[in-house]
Design a protein around this ligand. Structure first.
Ligand code: MRU
Length: 340
């Protein structure tokens, strides 16, 4: 399964909004379609968003018809802006855009176009490699017979690689450790129920699907050995933005003395933001809450809030598992050491 690839001047994606019912691959041949796929969450998950945007920019650049370099760069700048406004929380998106901006120079237009494709491929390869290292480091924390609770989807779909939180469970499973995963459904868009279950079942890793509200019950029952989640942005002090509901699970994990691990590549760390308070939280449409898969749940006209992410303060985070190793408090010092 390749959730995302560059295919001869097209971006080929697995449409995650259709899973698990249909495995549909889309070949996107203009950058507007790629930006739309990110916004509408046909592709999602912080590292995948970054890689998709990089490919989308490379694709957009190939289609620019300009007589002068200045005209070309003007149009390219517009493409950067389109991608910057797709989703605000995952910093991987903005880091990928910055990297693409940095390589957008050269003698002539064909050279810049080639450099943009090369950089997008490089970002993809780096993310793939990072997920493999994260999985190796993280698997060291997993003992035989462990039950792991995860929230949302931090697998191959979300990372354009092996997975972060799910990558760790996959690697532990490959090491013949017996693992069992508790998967929260992750309302409103059900990334846990639709995507994490789908990925784990493909790998034949045993799992139990629960609703989000059941996490506290199973943590209190002593059924969970550790929690592992991904991240969309990690501030300089170790505060973590991740899928809405993560904070609740982190507090409940600490209350029940269960380790709470965050698995994320260094491309998710944002040292420019001092704390989680500064991380922009995406608000999404009320219909994601009032409907499930086209079925209305709530009365017409009801007031709705729909923040897509929350902030888990660093004091709840036992460790952050990165491709550079396992990072613990003091996060401020230790995250700085591993981030370029
Ligand atoms: O809204 P989504 O589905 O893009 O949110 C995804 C998450 O919150 C993931 O946990 C996060 O991006 C980490 S993926 C390795």
């Amino acid at each position: 399964m390749k959730p995302l690839e560059w295919a001869e001047n097209k971006v080929r994606i697995l449409d995650q909004s259709k899973l698990p019912w249909e495995e549909v691959y889309l070949e996107l041949d203009n950058y507007q379609q790629v930006a739309w796929a990110i916004k509408e969450m046909q592709v999602r998950g912080a590292p995948t968003i970054g890689v998709t945007a990089a490919y989308g920019i490379a694709l957009g650049a190939q289609g620019i018809e300009a007589d002068t370099k200045d005209e070309f760069l003007d149009q390219l700048h517009h493409i950067f802006e389109v991608f910057s406004s797709t989703r605000p929380t995952a910093v991987n998106l903005f880091k990928a855009i910055t990297r693409m901006e940095e390589v957008a120079w050269g003698e002539d237009i064909p050279q810049i176009k080639a450099a943009l494709i090369a950089e997008a491929n490089k970002i993809h390869i780096e993310e793939e490699q990072a997920t493999k290292c994260i999985s190796e480091y993280g698997a060291e924390l997993i003992k035989d017979d462990y039950t792991i609770l995860t929230h949302c989807n931090a697998g191959a779909l979300a990372t354009a690689g092996h997975g972060t939180a799910l990558g760790i469970t996959k690697t532990a499973n490959e090491q013949k450790k017996r693992v069992h995963v508790f998967v929260t459904e992750t309302r409103p868009l059900l990334q846990g129920a639709r995507l994490t279950t789908w990925e784990l079942m493909k790998e034949e890793i045993p799992l139990t699907l629960i609703t989000d509200t059941m996490a506290g019950f199973f943590l209190h029952e002593g059924e969970i050995d550790c929690v592992i989640v991904g991240a969309d942005r990690i501030a300089a002090n170790g505060d973590v933005a991740n899928k809405i509901g993560t904070y609740t699970i982190a507090v409940l994990a600490m209350e029940n003395a269960v380790p709470f691990y965050v698995a994320a590549p260094t491309s998710t760390i944002d040292l420019e933001l001092l704390s989680g308070y500064e991380i922009p939280i995406e608000g999404r449409s009320p219909e994601e809450v009032t409907y499930i898969q086209g079925v209305r749940l709530a009365p017409e006209g009801v007031e709705v809030a729909n923040p897509a992410f929350d902030i888990t303060p660093h004091r709840y985070v036992t460790a952050i598992i990165t491709e550079k190793g396992i990072i613990k408090e003091p996060y401020k010092t230790n995250l700085k050491k591993i981030t370029k």
